[in-house]
Ligand binder design. Structure first.
Ligand code: FAD
Ligand code: FES
Ligand code: FES
Length: 613
């Protein structure tokens, strides 16, 4: 990549907060502006540090990283892997949350398409220090010796910064600007300042360092909030975001000479509809256009496979796709778990971070499974619905959602149909979506009295796709299996249920010694998995059976049926609280501590020894 340079397609506005939105000038390569049923063509507008920028004629798959380094003057943002794995490109993105409050999150610039930043604010490690002093996050890295060659450091700093800003906002300091506490004064009693090792590791889960070693970086993360809070009043973000807010459906179109301007990219349009009806209209007009939500899959098609994706239709600006709603029940959930089974409907643009946080109180045994999905920045960008729609046989959400009996709400041109996830996958990377149809939401049943577990085996703790994943849901009556569903990943061309094994399990006495043996053998034989780089077929068969056994042991150790009731009562209470509030469940303040002690490969080794042959 070349160093940053000026570019006629970029207009930087004055940093003054009273500035009007930047005026845009067409470059000599402009395509004529046009308006259609799908929206109006205009530049992409966002904040970069203290600059308001406006970018014309970006190809639809131009990444934020490419633009920042080549045109945005941000050489601190590094390219390590270009696939969301190493974190060298991590930036902080500020947007408004569901309550209209500014929310700062770390994302990987290398796989974010530039159009997804429209209306938001981006900060890199170059943007957070003041003229006089480093930001407390940067100072903590210096004090704890958290950097050697420095290549990874800006990315680590921005992952830390996103956590810092979350804590600052939660502590209320963000509402009043900086605090006046003297450096060195005792802050241990103040909420938000104490960062546990688990919280630090979770924040850093998307960053790799090849030379410093992680202990000093973890130390810096845990220490960074001890200094007086530093940063702008959170209301500043509201003002800034209002200045770049979208005013209707938008189209960001590439110029005619893409090949010269952005080698490696192809011409096309990036559609950013604001409503489901506009989205339907775009897809009706252009059924071949690529739907993009978080681009954590599609981004890699561009950066690693160099695929020409064509026109992009982005879901992230569609308001109706951003919510979560508790519902008293639906037909699919009733068929699977009985009448009155509550359902949480999660919109297609809801991030994995928000979706998994909302599900966690209902699925407390899945805490580690959720933490092991990719990394914090990937979960901030990617969506649960995208994971299901992509339908990778080794995706983590499909086995769990199959186990729960989830269904998808499919929408085309104002007409909706609800399809059980069991019927959605037709073959390897094939599903039942028709041309112009999209997934509007996933409906997740949250049945009472059902014990759910999910397990994943992969070579790394974080940022790694499963070799095998197994999710189980058991309902017990008087210590016997009254209902069971098993979802598996890595065992077949599509994420699958294990109906033969389920049949073997029905009626078994959980406490009976040796009762499981036939079911384990059935699961070993039920699939013909692949031999590939991740695992051999024999290993997959054995591990799948071991993971089922692990669920069984967990059921036994809960001394059913009382313990099963105890687990489900937590879920029932959470469901009731959600339903009573009539709103999307809030982010939990804490997670099951028993699972949080497993946060390093060293911690995980005993478990791997236990569950692998
Ligand atoms: C570094 C890294 C680590 C990862 N680790 C894991 C992991 O541990 N476990 C795991 O399961 N996955 C992992 N993934 C993949 C995971 O992030 C994606 O599968 C993600 O969930 C997809 O969601 P998205 O919003 O990013 O989808 P996108 O990339 O935007 O889209 C994915 C596909 O789904 C389609 N699509 C998206 N939304 C809709 C919709 N509403 N209607 C119809 N079609 C739609 C798109 O057209 C595309 O075909 C990882 C990815 C990366 C880059
Ligand atoms: S460059 Fe490695 S995560 Fe982006
Ligand atoms: S300091 Fe060299 S890679 Fe982290």
């Amino acid at each position: 990549m070349t160093a940053a340079s000026s570019d006629s397609s970029v207009n930087a506005a004055s940093p003054s907060m009273s500035s009007p939105p930047a005026s845009t000038s067409s470059s000599q390569h402009s395509a004529p502006s046009s308006a259609s049923a799908s929206g109006s063509e205009r530049p992409i507008r966002f904040w970069l540090g203290d600059r308001q920028v406006s970018v014309d004629h970006a190809p639809p798959t131009l990444t934020l990283l490419e633009w920042m380094r080549e045109r945005g003057g941000c050489a601190s943002v590094k390219e390590g892997c270009a696939e969301g794995d190493c974190g060298a490109c991590t930036v902080a993105v500020t947007d408004l949350d569901a309550n209209g409050e500014p929310q700062v999150r770390a994302v990987n610039a290398c796989i974010q398409f530039l159009g997804t930043l429209d209306g938001k604010a981006v900060q890199s490690a170059q943007d957070i220090a003041t003229a006089d002093a480093l930001h407390p996050v940067q100072q903590a890295m210096v004090d704890c010796h958290g950097s050697q060659c420095g290549f990874c450091t800006p990315g680590f700093v921005m992952s830390m910064f996103a956590l810092y800003e979350t804590r600052r906002a939660a502590a209320g300091r963000g509402l009043g600007g900086n605090d006046s506490r003297q450096p060195g004064s005792d802050s241990s009693h103040e909420p938000g300042r104490d960062i546990s090792r688990d919280d630090a590791l979770r924040a850093l889960s998307g960053n790799l360092c090849r030379c410093t070693g992680y202990r000093p970086i973890v130390d810096a993360t845990r220490a960074m909030c001890a200094a007086p809070w530093q940063g702008p009043d959170m209301d500043l973000w509201k003002t800034r975001l209002a200045q770049v807010a979208a005013d209707g459906d938008a189209i960001f179109a590439s110029g005619a000479d893409v090949a010269a301007q952005w080698p490696g990219h192809t011409a096309g349009r990036f559609y950013a509809p604001r409503s489901v009806s506009s989205l339907s209209a775009v897809l009706a007009e252009r059924p071949q256009a690529r739907i993009v939500a978080g681009s954590t899959d599609v981004g890699l098609w561009v950066t690693k496979q160099h695929r020409a994706v064509g026109d992009v239709v982005w879901l992230g600006a569609v308001q109706e796709l951003q919510g979560m709603q508790s519902q008293p029940g639906d037909a699919v959930a009733a068929q699977v778990w009985g009448d009155g089974t509550p359902v949480l409907e999660i919109g297609a643009a809801v991030s994995l971070s928000d979706a998994l946080d909302a599900l966690l109180p209902h699925l407390p045994n899945c805490a580690l499974y959720f933490d092991r999905f990719a990394s914090t920045p990937i979960r901030n960008a990617g969506t649960l619905v995208g994971n299901l729609a992509n339908g990778s046989p080794i995706g983590d959400c499909p086995p769990l959602m199959l186990t729960l009996g989830a269904s998808l709400v499919l929408h085309r041109d104002g007409v909706e149909r609800v399809v059980p996830l069991d019927d959605f996958y037709l073959g390897y990377q094939k599903n039942c979506l028709q041309a112009g149809e999209f997934v509007r939401a996933v409906r997740v049943p949250l049945p009472a009295g059902v014990v759910v577990h999910a397990w994943k085996v992969s070579k790394r703790l974080e940022q790694d796709i499963s070799a095998v994943a197994v999710a189980t849901a058991f309902r017990l009556t008087k210590g016997k299996v009254a209902a069971v569903r098993i979802g598996v990943g890595g065992m077949a061309a599509v994420p699958s249920r294990a109906p033969k094994t389920e049949a073997e399990l029905l009626g078994l006495e959980v406490s009976e010694e040796g009762a499981l043996a036939t079911a384990l053998q059935t699961l070993r034989n039920e699939f013909a998995p692949l031999d590939d780089l991740r695992a051999s077929a024999a290993y997959r068969r054995q591990v799948a059976a071991n993971l089922l056994q692990r669920s069984w042991l967990a059921l036994q150790s809960a001394t059913p049926p009382d313990a099963a009731g105890a687990v489900s009562s937590a879920a029932t209470a959470a469901t009731a609280a959600t339903a009573a509030s009539g709103a999307a469940p809030s982010t939990p303040s804490g997670r099951a501590s028993s699972t949080h002690s497993v946060h390093s490969l060293a911690d995980l080794s005993p478990i791997l020894m236990e569950i692998t042959p």
